[in-house]
Write a protein that binds this ligand. Structure first.
Ligand SMILES: *Cc1c(COP(=O)(O)O)cnc(C)c1O
Length: 561
C-alpha cells in the first residue's frame, strides 16, 4: 500500500469505525457461529501475490464481523467492560504509526516521561497516597503501565519473592535460593482472580487461599490465623494479594485489616483492583481504599471501565528498587548517559520492549477531564441500580449478594438448573450476552453494565428479553409462567462443601474464575451457549462436561530454617 492509497483507505476506515460504533446497537451481540466456521471460509495459505485492499476488506464484512462478540454493544453484559473511546482510538492510531519502543528513557524520552506524568495524574485522580507517585527525580515510588492485571500481579509477586529471598539469604548465607524458595508461601482469598493462582504457579511458590466471609471479603483475622499457623510450620509468608472488586461478585477485601497483618509479618501487600479501580475516580467509592497506604503495589485496568482501550493496566509501587532488583539485567548496550537519573521502564516489567501506551491514557484523561470520567462511572452505576430494581421487583428472581458498582449478579429462584438454562438460551438467542459465576454453590448470571452508550431503554429491553426467556423456561418446566415460587433454603456452604458439591455441579462455571472453583476442562463454548440445548430439557444440560475440582495445595510442613 502506497501513501496515496493509505490516505484514501485510512479515511474510509475512520468512517467505517465511526459507523460501527454509532450503530453497534443494531448488531446481534453474540455471534451464531460454530467452532471452526472461519476455517471453512478462508484459504489454507497466504496469497502468493499482493491482494487489493478492497478485496481484503470485503472479507472483513462478510466473514470476520459475523464471528465477533460486539464488546462495545450496550447489550454486552459478559465479563467486565472492555471499553474504548474516540480519544483512546486516536491515541492507538498515533502510537501505531509512531511505533516507538519506550524501554529506556533514551529509547524515547517523551514516551517515558509522558507515562510518568500520566500515571501521576491518574494516581491523584484515584486519591492514592503520595508514596505511590513519582513527582521528584529521587521518589522511590511511581506508576508504570503494564499489559494486563495478570502481569501486574506476577510482577508484584516476583518483586516480593526477590525481596524475601534476599532477606532469607542474609540470615542463611549457606543455603541455596532454590531451597529457600521452598519455604515461601503467599496468600489470596478464595475469591481472587485465577491470574493470582497463575502468578503463584509461575513463581513456583505455595499459595494458600483464605476463606472469605459471608460478604465474600477476605478479613484480617482469617489471614492472621493462616499466617501464624504457617510460620509455626517453618514457612515464610512473603506476599498477600487483596482484591478490591472480585470478578465473581465485585466484593471487596478488607484492606485496613489485611494491611495491618502484612505489616506485622513483613509481607508484601499487592492490591488487585482490576475492575473497581476505575470507580475510585469518584470520591464516594474511596472508602474501599481505606488502608491502601499499607500496600506495596496497587494495580487496576483503565482498559476495563475507564475507556482506554486494551491494553492498559495502571500499576503503582511504593518502592521501585524492588522491581529493579528483580528485573535489572543492564547489558552495556542499553545503558545511556542518563542511566539512573531517568526512569528506564524496562526494569519495571518482564519484557524488554514496550508500546507507547501513555498517549491514549493521556488523551482520555484530557479529553474527558475529571468531570467527564466521573460522569461516565456514575452513569454505569446508576444503570446497574436500575437493572437491580427491575430484578428485585419480580418475585421469580433474586439477587443473592448485594450489588456493588456496575454489576448485578442475579438468578431465578429455585434450582440452579433454571438459571443455567436461562443463561444458555439468552446467549444462543444473541440479543444479550452474559456469563455465569458461582457463589458458594449458587449459580448466578453476572449482568455487568459495560457500554458508555447504554441507555435506560437498553436496560428495559434487556430485562424484557430476560423475562421473555424466563417465562418460556418456567412454562416448559412447571407449566406456569410463575414457576413454583418456593424460596429454596440457602445455607452458607463451607469451602470444603463447595469443593464436594462442585464435583457434580452444573456445567457453566466459565467465569467462576477463582482458584477454588472447578475449571471447565473441555468446551468453554458449550459452557455459556448451547444451541441444541435451547430446545431440550434442562435435565440434560447437566453433567455433560468433565469437571476438575481444583484444590488448594496443602501447605505441607517444611523444615525449620
Ligand atoms: C479482569 C480481572 C483480572 C484480569 O485482568 P487481565 O488484565 O486480563 O489480566 C484480574 N483480576 C481481577 C479482579 C479482574 O477483574
Amino acid at each position: 500500500m502506497e501513501h496515496t492509497e493509505f490516505r484514501v483507505k485510512a479515511k474510509e476506515m475512520v468512517d467505517y469505525i465511526a459507523d460501527y460504533l454509532e450503530n453497534i446497537r443494531d448488531r446481534r451481540v453474540y455471534p451464531s457461529v460454530q467452532p471452526g466456521y472461519l476455517h471453512k471460509l478462508l484459504p489454507k495459505e497466504a496469497p502468493q501475490t499482493p491482494e487489493q485492499w478492497d478485496d481484503i476488506f470485503k472479507d472483513v464484512d462478510e466473514h470476520i464481523m459475523p464471528g465477533l462478540v460486539h464488546w462495545q454493544s450496550p447489550h454486552m453484559h459478559a465479563y467486565f467492560p472492555a471499553l474504548t473511546s474516540y480519544p483512546s482510538i486516536m491515541g492507538e492510531m498515533l502510537s501505531s504509526a509512531l511505533n516507538v519502543l519506550c524501554f529506556t528513557w533514551a529509547s524515547s524520552p517523551a514516551g517515558t516521561e509522558l507515562e510518568t506524568i500520566a500515571m501521576n495524574w491518574l494516581g491523584k485522580l484515584l486519591g492514592l497516597p503520595d508514596c505511590f507517585l513519582n513527582e521528584k527525580n529521587d521518589s522511590p515510588g511511581g506508576g508504570v503501565i503494564q499489559t494486563t492485571a495478570s502481569e501486574a500481579t506476577l510482577v508484584s509477586l516476583l518483586a516480593a519473592r526477590t525481596r524475601a529471598l534476599m532477606e532469607l539469604s542474609k540470615l542463611n548465607p549457606e543455603v541455596q535460593s532454590a531451597e529457600l524458595l521452598g519455604h515461601l508461601i503467599c496468600y489470596c482469598s478464595d475469591q481472587a482472580h485465577s491470574s493470582v493462582e497463575k502468578a503463584g504457579l509461575i513463581g513456583l511458590v505455595r499459595m494458600r487461599y483464605i476463606e472469605s466471609d459471608e460478604h465474600q471479603s477476605m478479613r484480617g483475622e482469617q489471614l492472621e490465623k493462616a499466617i501464624t499457623s504457617d510460620k509455626e510450620k517453618g514457612l515464610v509468608p512473603f506476599w498477600v494479594c487483596a482484591t478490591l472488586g472480585t470478578t465473581g461478585s465485585v466484593a471487596f477485601d478488607n484492606l485496613r485489616e489485611i494491611g495491618a497483618v502484612c505489616e506485622k509479618h513483613g509481607a508484601w501487600l499487592h492490591v488487585d483492583a482490576a475492575y473497581a479501580g476505575s470507580a475510585f475516580t469518584c470520591p464516594e467509592y474511596r472508602h474501599w481504599l481505606d488502608g491502601v497506604e499499607m500496600a506495596d503495589s496497587f494495580a487496576f485496568n483503565p482498559s476495563k471501565w475507564l475507556m482506554v482501550n486494551f491494553d492498559c493496566t495502571a500499576m503503582w509501587v511504593k518502592d521501585s528498587t524492588a522491581l529493579h532488583r528483580t528485573f535489572n539485567v543492564n547489558p552495556i548496550y542499553l545503558r545511556h548517559e542518563n542511566s539512573g537519573k531517568a526512569i528506564d521502564y524496562m526494569h519495571w516489567q518482564i519484557p524488554l520492549s514496550r508500546r507507547f501506551r501513555a498517549l491514549k491514557l493521556w488523551f482520555v484523561l484530557r479529553n474527558y477531564g475529571v468531570s467527564g470520567i466521573q460522569k461516565h462511572i456514575r452513569e454505569g452505576v446508576r444503570l446497574a441500580q436500575k437493572f437491580e430494581a427491575l430484578v428485585l421487583a419480580d418475585q421469580r428472581f433474586e439477587i443473592p449478594q448485594p450489588r456493588n458498582l456496575g454489576m448485578v449478579a442475579f438468578r431465578m429462584k429455585g434450582d440452579n438448573a433454571l438459571t443455567e438454562r436461562l443463561l444458555k438460551r439468552l446467549n444462543a438467542r444473541g440479543y444479550i450476552h452474559a456469563v455465569p459465576a458461582c457463589f458458594k454453590g449458587i449459580y448466578v448470571i453476572r449482568f455487568t453494565v459495560t457500554s458508555s452508550r447504554t441507555t435506560n431503554q437498553d436496560i428495559l429491553d434487556d430485562w424484557n428479553e430476560i423475562k421473555t426467556v424466563a417465562k418460556e423456561i418456567l412454562m416448559d418446566v412447571f407449566g406456569s409462567e410463575n414457576g413454583n415460587i418456593v424460596v429454596p433454603k440457602k445455607p452458607r456452604i463451607s469451602l470444603k462443601e463447595t469443593r464436594e458439591l462442585n464435583a457434580t455441579f452444573g456445567t457453566s462455571l466459565l467465569l467462576a474464575n477463582s482458584p477454588m472453583s472447578p475449571k471447565i476442562v473441555n468446551g468453554t463454548h458449550a459452557a455459556i451457549c448451547d444451541y441444541e440445548q435451547v430446545l431440550t430439557s434442562c435435565a440434560q444440560t447437566f453433567a455433560q462436561l468433565k469437571m476438575e475440582p481444583k484444590d488448594s495445595p496443602g501447605a505441607t510442613e517444611a523444615p525449620m530454617l
